[in-house]
Structures are given as C-alpha cells and as structure tokens.
Design a protein around this ligand. Sequence first.
Ligand code: FPP
Length: 244
Amino acid sequence: MNYEGLKIPFHVGIIMDGNGRWAKERGMTRSQGHEAGFENLKKLSEYIYAKGVKVLSVYAFSTENFKRSKQEVDFLMNLFEKKFKEYSELMKKRNVKIVFSGKKADPLPKSVIRIMKEIEEDTKTNTNGILNICINYGGHLEIVEATKKISSLVQEGKLKIEDITEESFSHYLFQDLPPIDFLIRTSGEVRISNFMLYQLSYAEMYFPSIYFPAFDENCFDEAMLVYNKRDRRFGGVKDEDKNH
Ligand code: FPP
C-alpha cells in the first residue's frame, strides 16, 4: 500500500499473541506456532521499518511466561538462542540497533543472556531505527527496578530528588525509549498484560482478532489506516471544540 500522506507512528509496540491458537487450528504443535510467529516477525519488522517507523518494541517473553510448561519454555529459549543471531544479521543490513528490555538474569539461560549482550554490542552504533525485544520483561518490574536505581543514586548523593522528573525517569528504565504511539495486540485479547506500562500512557491501541503468525503486511496497512483515523489529543481539547 502507498503510505503517501499518512501519519506514521514513531514508536510501534506489538504484543505478538495467538501463536498457540494459530497452530492448534492447523493441527500443529505450539512450538510450530512460535516458530511461525518468529518467521512472521522477521518479515513484518522489515516492512515496518521500510514504511518509516523508527522504533519497534515487541513482547517476546514476559516474566510470567516462565509459568508455562518446561517443554514450552525450553523450546522458546532454544528458539531465542538459535534465531536471535539470524535476526540481528537481518537488522544489521537495515542499520537497526537491537536492544533488549527485561532482566538479563536468572531464570533466563546464561547462553541466551550472552547472545543478547553480544547483539546489543554488535548493533549499538546502528542509526536507522531501534528494535526493542522484551524478554524476561514485566512492566511493574521495569518501574520497580528504575525506582531502585534512582534510590541508590539519591542515597549515594549522586542524584537530587528535585532532579527526578517525568522525562528523566525514563532514563532509568530498562531502555530509554520514546513513548509508544501505537500498540497492536493480535488475537483479539483486549488487555495490556504488563507490557511497557510507563511508555504506553498515551498510546493509541488496536486489537485485531487475527493471530500473530497471520498478521502480515496487509494487516499492518489496515492498522495504519486505523491509526490515521484516531484523533490524538494527549488529554487536551481541539481548538474548534473549546465551546464552554
Ligand atoms: C504469545 O502467543 C506468544 C509468545 C509468548 C511468544 C512470542 C514469541 C515469538 C513470536 C517468537 C519471537 C522470536 C524472537 C526470536 C524475537 P501464545 O503462546 O500466548 O498463543 P496462545 O495465546 O494462542 O496460546
């Protein structure tokens, strides 16, 4: 689709939901669903950057996802270990920087943490966009961790309480990213599930019923048309509606 004249969100967030249901409908395993989800993410993210989006945040694995069966957790960790490198090569060609949000600590396997750090190092000078992959991530956890960092700086006398502002707070989050403009959650579930709570404050949200592995370029075009119909007021009122 031609995007001429369309407003393009600077930062898009995607909760990639429905891999399991997509697979079940096709008589496939949940693992195959996750694999199809990853393949889709590769194609879709290329398209999203090509259309001018600068920051893309995706929810790959929450802190709560560790409650799933050992088999599923192991499969996903293996997928990350095997596929992150391949994905980062693709993003390098596009000059996109990859960052990870979440705790790089237990229960994430050491091998996965090592690859995450290598990829961050390897892509840190890329300037054409940012891919933020949330893994072992929780929105509450992110805010609590930031509060701890700020508290110790204050305690050590390195930060003054009056210098803590809404803008400076984001500097202490897992990654210092701009606010999310547009959130897409696939599969028809209408909730946030602890995803980027600080960054979502004024995001427009869209909940298509399609499962993530099937959310293709055409679906993203449709999403952009929805975004362009939204009237973003950020808590204000449009001039023509100020009729007290
Ligand atoms: C939600 O679907 C999906 C996940 C918990 C995993 C998302 C991971 C990927 C798409 C792979 C990404 C890979 C890389 C390398 C970034 P679900 O399992 O909750 O589906 P269901 O709700 O239908 O059961």
